[in-house]
Write a protein that binds this ligand. Structure first.
Ligand SMILES: Nc1nc2c(ncn2[C@@H]2O[C@H](COP(=O)(O)OP(=O)(O)OP(=O)(O)O)[C@@H](O)[C@H]2O)c(=O)[nH]1
Ligand SMILES: [Mg+2]
Length: 718
């Protein structure tokens, strides 16, 4: 394979609703570039792109796949992404390194929710988009309806470059109004005949050509003048206008195709090569310091890893885009995150699972290398003399949270290992052992996302896991002063146990005065402080611990044991076993026994006195509240709203945009378990949402009652 220069490379990402035909199209592109000599299909599990067992099982893409094709002496790097929003992590990775997106529409469905979701991502990433109306050979294909829906839903103006002459099962011909030619295809061989536009189509073709000329001219003053002078533009002038409009996202050129019959593939690739921005024209890559890095072959090497995978028998594979410089085999580069050196022992061009060895690569190209030691997604490797760190891919916040455990005991470590590997391959999976909840919490983009992980764990790592409702990290605190006395006494056989503690507790707040007297149950209690300790709690908030013991009722040596007992209860709050916070404790009296008193007795007395006082002190439970944003088709708004209200949501606002409503609300985390699944069934998969931690707030009293009861049933304390 020849070495492609920077100006001979284009990097594209295929996006679009699930099942719109991205993988099938990628196959046709690879075939046209002679990277493969026959086209595989989804049905026969032999596409370049969907090459994993899981993808065969589900008949859909799950991972982003990198492949290339060679056409007109150029190299097109293509990233085929999964359409399902559960796997949007792959799309985020691909957007980082691709300069243009091809959005595939299924002509049977038009602009779908999946299109809307992905268009939104493309908008946020400011990626130019070319539209491809695909599956025009399908029985229910409708060009008109598809164009109508694209026009009404797309934020970027669609401009027709091609239209089909005979959509539907016999589809074999389209007219290109840029070339002003008709293309007729022979069966599904991809072989095309270029023809003059027949009289019957001329009027329509001319009208669309005019619209295209105007759209092209609009983007440049020079072109506009030319257009006014001549009343038209040459093809090259049109291309240069479209080039500007596309790059600025002012327009979205529309093509037509049947990926399955290999119709339209070549014209699309020609257009990409001639018009789409390549590495030299696309915006530069930014470093974390805000410096711009141009695709300069002469500069020091910098590459960015956007995907990492582990392959059996081979190990780690790192997929990267060469941002700057010329990369050759054997180079030693610096990983700017770890500070370690990595040797690039082998370099490959990638076509799905197939890797083609190359000895060098130029800035702008995409490829992979193997067996790096400590490099993962989002790392930059660069010439040690010119260290730079490319700004990382910002993955979406997790939307689905569950607790996970192995169905067998004693597999914790094995599971931890496997989850680390899964996370290495998919950064949208977050794993965290919560000391607080005593559960391993796993987070991802949706239920399907985590179910796929479950299958991977079973097949690849031989671990069977189950998901269950995660505990909620509640907090506990008190609202008023209360006191309690507790005597711990045990007389069984030999040495006995004895300890008695009297204490007062009250809500702590910053800057509160030192304690001097309390009024408890009608009696006044004066305290005389002997000692004060303050603890900034790991989980937030404060514990103040005062000793005001009079007349040596309890030896000072037992104070640490009393504190320890209280701490145990702070750590596992009296109401629900959650962390307690913001409390002041004053131990003011008690009793000892000359023989039977020991540390354990005072620890237990302290702990139980604290617990009793806590329950009398107007205790309240606080719960985490999340900011939730739902994007929902307007006709489903009512259902989504009333479901949210049942989840104790506080609706904060609503805006509408092109048939979709955006709803913002504050919702307790406790009510969000499996929300993605409910939302999906309420809207037939037509809505999406994001969620982010906002604050802790007091739970309503009915909820508190329920939580108290549930915990009392399990609390075997005492
Ligand atoms: N009739 C027809 N069917 C097509 C065409 N392209 C794809 N299909 C079929 O549509 C289904 C989905 O195709 P894929 O290529 O997997 O679609 P995708 O966009 O990659 O799907 P995801 O990866 O799940 O998002 C398969 O059954 C294909 O055979 C086409 O041009 N015409
Ligand atoms: Mg696919």
């Amino acid at each position: 394979m020849k070495t492609y220069q920077t100006n001979e490379i284009k990097n594209i990402v295929l996006i679009g609703a699930p099942g719109s035909g991205k993988t099938t199209l990628a196959e046709a592109m690879a075939f046209e570039g002679k990277v493969i000599d026959r086209r595989g299909s989804i049905e026969t599990n032999n596409t370049l792109s969907d090459n994993t067992e899981l993808e065969h099982l589900y008949k859909r893409s799950i991972y982003p796949t990198i492949l290339f094709t060679e056409f007109m002496g150029r190299k097109l790097n293509i990233i085929d992404t999964p359409g399902s929003d559960d796997f949007c992590g792959g799309l985020f990775s691909a957007f980082k390194v691709a300069d243009v997106g091809v959005m595939v529409f299924n002509a049977q469905n038009g602009f779908e929710v999946g299109s809307e979701i992905q268009a939104r991502y493309a908008r946020a990433q400011e990626k130019p988009i070319i539209a491809l109306v695909n599956q025009l050979d399908a029985e229910k294909a409708s060009w008109e309806a598809t164009m109508e829906s694209i026009k009404s839903s797309s934020h970027v103006k669609p401009v027709i470059v091609q239209y089909p002459v005979n959509p539907g099962p016999g589809f074999d011909t389209f007219i290109d109004v840029l070339m002003m030619k008709m293309y007729k295809f022979k069966d599904d061989t991809g072989i095309r005949e270029e023809m003059e536009i027949p009289e019957s189509e001329m009027e329509r073709a001319k009208e669309l050509n005019n619209t295209l000329v105007e759209a092209a001219a609009e983007n440049d003053e020079g072109l506009m003048e030319l257009y006014f002078d001549k009343g038209s533009l040459t093809q090259d002038e049109m291309r240069s206008g479209l080039k500007i409009g596309l790059a600025k996202r002012d327009l979205m050129p529309v093509f037509c195709a049947s990926g399955k019959k290999d119709i339209g593939t070549k014209r699309l690739m020609e257009f990409i090569i001639n018009v789409a921005p390549g590495p030299l024209k696309a915006p530069n890559f930014r470093t974390v310091e805000g410096e711009d890095i141009a695709a300069d072959t002469e500069g020091p090497v910098a590459l960015f890893v956007f995907k990492s995978a582990i392959e059996p028998h081979l190990g780690e594979i790192s997929y990267f885009r060469l941002i700057r410089g010329k990369l050759t085999e054997g180079m030693e580069l610096l990983n700017t995150r770890t500070g370690n050196r990595e040797k690039i022992s082998q370099l490959f061009a990638v076509a799905g699972k197939n890797r083609i060895k190359v000895s060098e690569m130029m800035a702008g190209d995409i490829g992979c290398t193997v067996k790096l030691k400590g490099t993962k997604t989002n790392d930059t490797l660069c010439a040690p003399s010119a260290p730079v760190t490319i700004a990382p891919i910002v993955f979406p916040e997790p939307r689905y949270r569950a607790a996970i455990r192995s169905t067998k005991t004693g597999e914790d470590e094995k599971l931890g290992d496997a989850l680390n590997k899964a996370r290495y391959e998919d950064p949208t999976i977050l794993v965290d052992y919560s000391k607080e909840l005593k559960q391993t919490i796993i987070q991802g983009q949706g239920e399907h996302h985590l179910n796929i992980l479950k299958t991977t764990l079973a097949n690849q790592y031989k671990i069977d896991v189950e998901f269950f409702a995660p505990k909620i990290p509640y907090r506990e605190t008190i609202t008023k002063v209360a006191a309690a006395d507790y005597r711990h006494k045990k007389q069984s056989g030999g040495a006995g146990q004895f300890g008695e503690v009297h204490l007062v507790i009250e809500p702590y707040y910053e800057g509160m005065p030192e304690p001097s007297k309390y009024k408890i149950d009608g009696r006044e209690l004066m305290v005389n402080i002997k000692n004060k300790e303050e603890y900034q709690l790991e989980w937030g908030g404060m514990l103040q611990f005062y000793s005001a013991i009079v007349g040596g009722a309890i030896d000072a040596r037992f104070l640490p044991a009393i504190l320890k007992g209280i701490m145990e209860k702070m750590d596992e709050g009296p109401l629900t076993g959650s962390y307690a916070r913001d409390i002041r404790v004053v131990v003011y009296d008690g009793k000892m026994h000359p023989v039977d008193s020991n540390e354990i007795s005072f620890k237990l007395a302290g702990r139980n006195a604290f617990k009793e006082a806590f329950k009398k002190a107007g205790p309240k439970i606080m719960e985490p509240i999340y900011s939730v944003e739902v994007l929902v088709p307007s006709d489903k708004m009512g259902d989504v709203m009333s479901d949210l209200q049942n989840r104790r949501a506080m609706i904060e606002g609503m805006t509408s945009d092109k048939g979709f409503d955006r709803l913002t609300a504050r919702v307790p985390l406790a009510e969000m378990y499996r929300y993605s699944t409910t939302l999906s069934s309420l809207t037939n998969g037509r809505a999406t949402y994001t969620m982010k931690f906002a604050s802790y707030e007091q739970v309503p009293s009915d909820v508190q009652e329920k939580l108290l009861k549930a915990y009392a049933d399990t609390d075997k304390d005492e």
